[in-house]
Design a protein around this ligand. Structure first.
Ligand code: GUN
Ligand code: ZN
Length: 433
């Protein structure tokens, strides 16, 4: 890429929070440009205002006829589980034992891990995802493999070694001490390099001893800027098991709270069965709930109440949860999110869904000073969406009279076929053939 590049197309991004600002939270420029310099947004505006001199200063890339939107953010998924997607017939605990643990055991082989990591990063980019928070496996080198693959394309990416020292197969088990030491080594090696962050990753309360949860809390609290990722309140059988394992706890979430595992950058997958005290605790601790609609439906887990959680001030992100989830596409994910809110009689707006996978997710993950919108100085991560990707999408967008309708058509009818290009810090990291 030359030093200054101008991307021409229809610009669409959130400038504010549509949950509080409504329609005023979006900027739309039909005949727009995005100027990128040194990987950062240098200017955004109407192309018809550009003088001939200004045009000469820049190299231009013509995406006219397409929508340029901020890269999507996937707040919870598992890189070793791409091959687990579409595993038939089970719910959470049986699904873990029957499909997921055997798949994760294969990551003891570093060549296997390297090729899975490469495949995974390509899938993210093909789906327009430019930032993600992902689980690796219990194997230390599985984290090296995914960080290497992510850094090669300069993805904004957080991951970490799964910690589990009980209630799992022997070949996937660490110990409280070995899990702590391996995590600290990985933090020292990778956290803060390029666009990578470390995420302390106790899988979920049932597979960690008290000692391991305590040490997870130390890792999270002693290392500036690291994430904490885990699962909570996904499935009723799981919840009953946690109550047995931690009889002193007020709730499942309370187990994590007890060990210092809530706070800014603590991201919990699912959060389906939280009571009001739990939701208030998530909100007051600035923790994050990851809404994983395709996974919650596929595993028969339940319906997350996005509107209820937001109303209580909980930070939320949307997430594919591959491989419990059924698609890498954040458009497919937003479509299922819409349907789940419909089931609760709470209809969310297209703009709210768009925010949840761009600026809102960036805010929840504390990276909104870097990505999530096209504010000047942010990193130029964007997706170019093709409104003619399929005949049905093209027909529906032709009929649209408002930007909300266009966005909604992409969400309900779109998928990876809509990604014409994905750019990371201005550079094309994926171009559709
Ligand atoms: N709970 C603990 N581990 C997992 C996992 O890998 N996927 C999902 N969906 N839930 C979990
Ligand atoms: Zn998960």
């Amino acid at each position: 890429m030359s030093e200054k590049t101008l991307f021409l197309g229809s610009i669409l991004h959130c400038t504010n929070d549509p949950w509080t600002m409504g329609a005023g939270a979006i900027q739309v420029i039909d005949n727009g440009y995005l100027a990128v310099q040194d990987g950062l947004i240098a200017a955004v505006g109407d192309a018809s205002d550009l003088s001939a001199d200004r045009l000469d200063e820049y190299t231009s890339v013509d995406y006219r006829g397409h929508y340029i939107v901020p890269g999507f953010i996937d707040g919870h998924l598992h890189y070793p589980q791409t091959g687990v997607m579409a595993s038939y017939g089970t719910q959470l605990l049986e699904w873990l034992n029957k499909y997921t643990f055997p798949a994760e055991a294969k990551f003891s082989d570093e060549h296997y891990a390297a090729s899975a990591a490469e495949f995974f990063v390509k899938e993210l980019l093909r789906n327009g995802t430019t930032s993600a928070l992902a689980f690796a496996t219990v194997h230390e080198q599985s984290v090296n493999a995914i960080f290497k693959a992510a850094s090669e394309v300069n993805l904004r990416f957080a991951s970490g070694k799964v910690m589990m020292d009980r209630n799992c197969p022997e070949n996937l088990r660490d110990t409280a001490a070995s899990g702590y030491e391996a995590s600290q080594r990985l933090i020292d090696q990778w956290h803060g390099t390029k666009r990578l962050s470390y995420a302390v990753t106790p899988r979920f309360a049932p597979t960690s001893s008290d000692e391991q949860l305590k040490l997870s809390g130390q890792l999270f609290n002693d290392n500036e800027g690291v994430y904490l990722q885990s699962h909570v309140a996904e499935n009723q059988t799981e919840i009953a098991w946690v109550a047995e394992l931690f009889p002193w706890s007020r709730s499942y979430l309370d187990v994590y709270d007890h060990f210092g595992l809530l706070g800014e950058r603590a991201v919990y997958g699912h959060c389906i069965y939280l009571n009001e005290t739990d939701l208030d605790r998530l909100a007051s601790s600035n923790s994050v709930a990851a809404f994983c609609p395709t996974s919650n439906l596929f595993l028969g887990s339940g319906l997350f109440d996005l509107v209820g959680a937001r109303a209580r001030g909980v930070n939320t992100v949307m997430a594919t949860d591959v491989g419990g989830g059924t698609s890498f596409s954040m458009l497919r994910t937003a479509d299922e999110a819409y349907k789940v809110t419909q089931m609760a009689g709470n209809t969310v707006t297209p703009l709210q869904l768009f925010y949840e996978m761009t600026l809102g997710a960036a805010k929840a993950l504390s990276i909104d000073h870097q990505v999530g919108s096209f504010a000047i100085g942010k990193e130029a991560d964007f997706v170019v969406l093709d409104p003619k990707a399929t005949p049905v999408l093209e027909q529906r967008i032709d009929l649209a009279t408002t930007i909300d309708e266009v966005l909604f058509a992409f969400i309900v009818l779109g998928d990876d076929r809509c990604t014409l290009a994905t750019h990371l810090m201005g550079n094309a990291a994926y171009l559709r053939a």
